[in-house]
Structures are given as structure tokens and as C-alpha cells.
Design a protein around this ligand. Structure first.
Ligand code: NDP
Ligand code: ZN
Length: 353
């Protein structure tokens, strides 16, 4: 089969590989549509997870099941399915402890385009099919379905990590597709005021649709100072970090009230340490929690998040700004995601209806 792969750090292209084998609990699928993720960019061009040779990229897509193992109960060839970016081993001790995303080791629930070939291929392998796949509802398009692999679950996980409560004032740093889903998630959780940080006009407009009430550009000076000015010096109850860099934690801690929580889902692609400001962190005693996490993955969560879309509570259509038709556009879509033109939120490549 053909797949679009990371050949080594900084270099990508089409390769030929054997079609993956299907174990007793697994499925082999063929993608119906795939989306490019900023994480593909960190992996390929920044080498953020280290060197990989001839590893097929991609972890966002929806698919048709082609083959299932003899122990798979709930899926069969021909089923159209949602596929999460994170596919834990559900019988692992880590999953039993509540950390499915770390099943088998830190971040090891993230398998596609990390420890095994990803979804930018004619066929891809899904471990633990009953635990990880979900049926694609008829009223969700294949393009929107791609957003359910990673953007929705990750953006919403930022909201979970920041523990947003009714009436909270929430700062969302970064309003690319992940941060936009954090804005949407914070609104669904009952935030009163949502301050969004970003500059791409298309993202600002989408953030407003998803419920952002105030806007800040990180290019207009320190974020925390702007937030404190907007909140009479009080700061916010919660911060979701979905963009920025290692120094963004300084802004987040400074903008947060004592007792507040930070949820980071940003992928820190370089550097050895992050900085926490001593005084703003209450000289170590400010009860300002910093949580960073990979989203949990798995079928139940995927079904629940998809039900928000099916029920009309979450509109994913603003996210897919660039939709292509056919495998030949994968590379173009990938480069688009790397270069982030001002009108881009998310590129998607449709492969079948
Ligand atoms: P984008 O690049 O599309 O968006 C990043 C956002 O951050 C933009 O709004 C950008 O503003 C803003 N930004 C850039 N620089 C700064 C800065 N210095 N300070 C504050 N804001 C800044 O990324 P995505 O939404 O696609 O992804 C966000 C992050 O989440 C990525 O690092 C990605 O790898 C990671 N990720 C993590 C996952 C997880 O499971 N934890 C899964 C998927 C993604 P502007 O409008 O100016 O561009
Ligand atoms: Zn992704």
C-alpha cells in the first residue's frame, strides 16, 4: 500500500509498505477523510518526538472498516467509523488507574504517527477496536468527523484540565483549532466570560461564534498585563493553554487568581524547561494548579463528543477552512498547515464519500 511518511526529521514523501496485519482484537481501516494536525508539523519539522524513519504520518481521520479480528464484537467490515487520535490499550494498568492516554508508558496511548504508522495511508491499523472506534453518525460529514479525532477531544480536555465551572472567567491562550474547541467547551461548561488570545482574523471570528467574549493579541504586549487590565486586577479563574511556547506558563500563572487552574494541551516542541514565575505563583504557595495532559482517547468519549455534534450543540463546520479532494493533495495540505496562512484554521483531505 501507499502512505505519506516522515522519511526523517525535516523530510517527507510517499512510500510503499505492507498493508498492516489485523490482530484478534484489532481492525484494519481505510480512511474516508483525513486532517493535518499542528502536531504532524512539530513531529516532522521540529523533530519534537525524536527521529523517525519512514513512519506514515497522520492521526486524524474517519474511516471504513475493512477487516476485524476474530474477537472484535461491535464492528464489522463496511462500518463507517470515527477514529480517535489516541488509541489506548484498555486492559492496561494505566488505563485502569484512569490514565488511558499513558497506557504502556508516558504518552504511549498516542500510537498513530508516534509509535506506529499513522492514517495517511491506504490502510491503517487500530488496536483494541471495540475500545477505540465509534460508529460515524449519519448526520456528521466525513470532514467534520475528522475534527472529532483530536481537535474536539483535545480542546475539551484543556477545559477539563482547567476545571471550568459555571460562571468562571476563562482565558484561552491560542485559538487555532484546538483553542477554538476549548472556547466551545468552556462555553458549554458554563463560563461567563471567555477571553481569547490569538491574531488570525478567521480564528478570531470563529472564537466569537464559539462564545469568546473578549479578545487579546499576544503581539500587543504581555498577555497577563492585558488580562489584569480587563479584570480590574483580579485575573481569571481558569486558563487553557492551546498555543504559545514554554514562556506562556509565565503569562498563564500571572493572569490566574489564587486557587485557579491551568490546563495545558499545547505540545511543547523544543527547549528543556518551562518557567514558572516565583512571585506570581505565590512564592510557591499560591494554590495555582498547573495541569498538562494528552487527551484520553477511546470509544466512550468519542461517542459522547460526537453526540454533541449530532444533537446540534456543537457546530464543527467553521474549523475546516481548506478542504481538498484526493490523496494527491496530502502534501499540499501538510505544507499549508506548516505555513499557517492567515485564512487557515484546518486543512482536510476527502478521500471517499
Ligand atoms: P495553531 O498553530 O493553529 O494555533 C496556535 C494558536 O496560538 C494561535 O491562535 C496563535 O495565534 C497562538 N499563538 C502563537 N504564538 C503565541 C504566543 N506567543 N502567545 C500566545 N498565543 C500564541 O495550533 P493548533 O490549534 O492546531 O494546536 C495547538 C497546540 O496543541 C499545538 O501545539 C498542537 O501540537 C497541540 N496539540 C496537542 C494535543 C494534545 O493531545 N495535547 C493534540 C493536538 C494538538 P495566531 O492567531 O497569531 O496564529
Ligand atoms: Zn492532531
Amino acid at each position: 500500500m501507499k502512505g505519506y511518511a516522515m522519511l526523517k526529521i525535516g523530510s517527507s514523501g510517499w512510500i510503499e509498505k505492507e498493508r498492516p496485519a489485523c490482530g484478534p482484537l484489532d481492525a484494519v481501516c481505510r480512511p474516508l477523510a483525513v486532517a493535518i494536525c499542528t502536531s504532524d508539523i512539530h513531529t516532522l519539522w521540529e523533530g519534537a518526538i525524536g527521529e523517525r524513519h519512514n513512519m506514515i504520518l497522520g492521526h486524524e481521520g474517519c474511516a471504513e472498516v475493512v477487516e476485524v479480528g476474530e474477537l472484535v464484537k461491535d464492528f464489522k467490515p463496511g462500518d463507517r467509523v470515527l477514529v480517535p487520535a489516541i488509541t489506548p490499550d484498555w486492559n492496561s494498568l494505566e488505563a485502569q488507574a484512569g490514565y488511558s492516554m499513558h497506557s504502556g508508558g508516558m504518552l504511549a496511548g498516542w500510537k498513530f504517527s508516534n509509535f506506529k504508522d499513522g492514517v495517511f495511508a491506504e490502510y491503517f491499523h487500530v488496536n483494541d477496536a471495540d475500545g477505540n472506534l465509534a460508529l460515524l453518525p449519519d448526520n456528521i460529514s466525513t470532514v467534520d468527523a475528522c475534527m472529532l479525532s483530536d481537535m474536539v477531544p483535545t480542546g475539551f480536555h484543556g477545559v477539563e484540565l482547567a476545571d471550568v465551572q459555571f460562571g468562571d472567567t476563562v482565558l484561552v491562550i491560542g485559538i487555532g483549532p484546538v483553542g477554538l474547541m476549548s472556547v466551545a467547551g468552556a462555553a458549554l461548561r458554563g463560563a461567563s466570560r471567555i477571553i481569547a488570545v490569538g491574531t488570525r482574523p478567521v480564528c478570531v471570528e470563529a472564537a466569537r461564534k464559539y462564545g469568546a467574549t473578549d479578545f487579546i493579541s499576544y503581539k500587543n504586549g504581555p498577555i497577563a498585563r492585558q488580562v489584569l487590565d480587563m479584570t480590574s486586577g483580579k485575573g481569571v479563574d481558569c486558563v487553557v493553554i492551546a498555543g504559545g511556547d514554554n514562556d506562556t506558563f509565565i503569562e498563564a500563572v500571572e493572569a490566574l487568581k489564587p486557587g485557579g487552574k491551568i490546563g495545558n494541551v499545547n505540545y511543547l516542541g523544543s527547549g528543556d524547561t518551562i518557567s514558572i514565575p516565583r512571585v506570581a505563583w505565590g512564592v510557591g504557595m499560591g494554590h495555582k494548579q498547573i495541569n498538562g495532559g494528552l487527551m484520553p482517547g477511546g470509544r466512550l468519549r468519542l461517542e459522547k463528543l460526537a453526540s454533541l455534534v449530532s444533537a446540534g450543540r456543537l457546530d464543527l463546520s467553521p474549523l475546516s477552512t481548506h478542504v481538498f479532494d484526493g490523496w494527491q493533495h496530502i502534501e499540499e495540505a501538510l505544507y499549508l498547515m506548516r505555513d499557517k496562512p492567515r485564512d487557515l484554521i484546518k486543512p482536510v483531505v476527502k478521500l471517499a464519500d
